[in-house]
Design a protein around this ligand. Structure first.
Ligand code: AMP
Ligand code: GLY
Length: 420
């Protein structure tokens, strides 16, 4: 089968790596891809937000199955356009992807099904938003309603921070994403990421992970897209996971189907866990990055079978073959990230590293200039390893990190600390 993956980050490198191992995959094209992906698949320059262009490309290349990595094409309706063209697609419709693209939508669904989540107010003008903060006090969480590439949430520890965030968002700092805000109660607890495949009806949990959002060791510094992850996340015990499905995820999916917009694809539930109970922080309509890298390392080739079953409505009867193992990934980012950083520095030492089912360097912002590998983004590599224990995966991953010669990059040294 000919497969097209949309995206070009570490998540898509990991998806391509897993898909490529499955004998069902004859030809693999990734658009736009990156330097790491180019070593295992064909890369194509394509505007992945343009559904018509992707449909034409898919027809011209006899594509059978499209896997959509990032949220932007989902929110732009690319999956709908491809399904209209008769393609098999992994990724929810534009209407179902609102679970990620509108925070107010998700809060309203949670309220309709009584799913445990932070109390909230949805406000469309700055005055009312300021008044709400004044009446509630801090800490309090201010969220832009729309997609904001991870920059739309301010956890305000003081009222002054909350007021400043409201002023910023309504002044247009995030464009239309901030034209409406959701203001939430602050939840305490430990966060974990829960991944489930949903084919419209059947829900199949495929793994748990924990991300590290802050830039520096000890969970300090600014928020980032994620500086490292490991799987499984022991805080999300089987009992808590089961209860989260029963109280949060299954009712949400049933409500989406009832409204005529069934969800099909991977559902990423960000959960806050406290006293043995989960509350919903947010949904994403895609795999997490770098969570996907550790999940794919553990799932391997079966990821393709699972995504196909999901896209074709065959999850009933599907199951995940679990190895009782652990994976851990360390992100190497350009110095300065998540603020301003330079591009074009040279990365050395990757050739000496393993490329196997126990250790893999997934590329994000990389490009090749003749024979030199160059940094071309904020998050640049995710060095991922697998082990019988988390400790083993951790040791392997950092041994690989230490073989990479890239003075212009940095990483956290404490990925996995909560579980180690
Ligand atoms: P997001 O960009 O939507 O993933 O949110 C960023 C982060 O903000 C989340 O991962 C949480 O750490 C934090 N967060 C979001 N909502 C809340 C809340 N109601 N209470 C506490 N922390 C929150
Ligand atoms: N790593 C968090 C995310 O992908 O949203």
């Amino acid at each position: 089968m000919n497969i097209l993956i949309l995206g070009g980050g570490g998540r898509e490198h990991a998806l391509a790596w897993a898909v490529k191992q499955n004998p069902k995959c004859d030809r693999l094209i990734v658009a736009p891809g990156n330097a790491g992906i180019a070593a295992i698949a064909e890369c194509a320059a394509l505007d992945i937000l343009d559904g018509d262009a992707v449909a034409v490309f898919a027809a011209a290349h006899a594509i059978d199955f499209v896997i959509i990595g990032p949220e932007a094409p989902l929110a732009a309706g690319v999956s709908d356009r491809l399904r209209m063209a008769g393609l098999s697609v992994f990724g929810p419709s534009q209407a179902a992807a609102r679970l990620e693209s509108s925070k107010a939508f998700t809060k309203a669904i949670c309220a309709a099904v009584d799913a445990p989540t932070a109390g909230y107010a949805h406000l469309t003008d700055a005055r009312a938003a300021h008044a709400h903060v004044t009446s509630q006090g801090a800490p309090i969480v201010i969220k832009a309603d729309g997609l904001a590439a991870g920059k739309g949430v301010v956890v305000a520890m003081t009222e002054a921070e909350a007021h400043a965030a409201i002023d910023d968002m309504f002044a247009g700092s995030l464009g239309v994403a901030g034209a409406e805000v959701v203001i939430e109660e602050f939840m305490e607890g430990e966060e974990a990421s829960f991944f489930l495949l949903v084919d419209g009806t059947t829900i199949l949990p495929i793994g748990t992970a924990q991300d590290h959002k802050r830039a520096f060791d000890g969970d300090t510094g600014p928020n980032t897209g994620g500086m490292g992850a490991y799987s499984p996340a022991p805080v999300l015990t089987p009992a808590i996971a089961e209860r989260a499905i029963a109280e949060i995820i299954a009712p949400t999916m049933a409500e989406m189907a009832r409204r005529g917009t069934p969800y099909q694809g991977v559902l990423f539930a960000g959960l806050m866990i406290r006293d043995g109970q989960a509350q919903l922080v947010e949904y994403n309509a895609r795999f997490g990055d770098p969570e996907c890298q550790v999940l794919m390392m553990r799932l391997g080739a079966q990821a393709l079978d699972l995504m196909l079953a999901c896209a074709q409505g065959r999850l009933d009867g599907a199951s995940v073959a679990w190895a009782d193992d652990h994976a851990l990934g360390v992100v190497l980012a350009a110095r300065g990230y998540p603020g301003a950083y330079a591009k074009g520095s040279t990365i050395r030492g990757l050739d000496a590293l393993p490329d196997s089912s126990t250790g893999m360097v997934f590329h994000a912002g990389t490009m090749r200039q003749s024979d030199r590998l160059q940094a071309n983004g904020g998050r640049v590599l995710c060095v991922t390893a697998r082990g019988a224990t988390l400790h083993e995966a951790h040791t392997r991953a950092y041994a690989m990190v230490d073989m990479i010669d890239w003075p212009e990059g940095f990483c956290r040294r404490d990925i996995g600390w909560r579980a180690l």
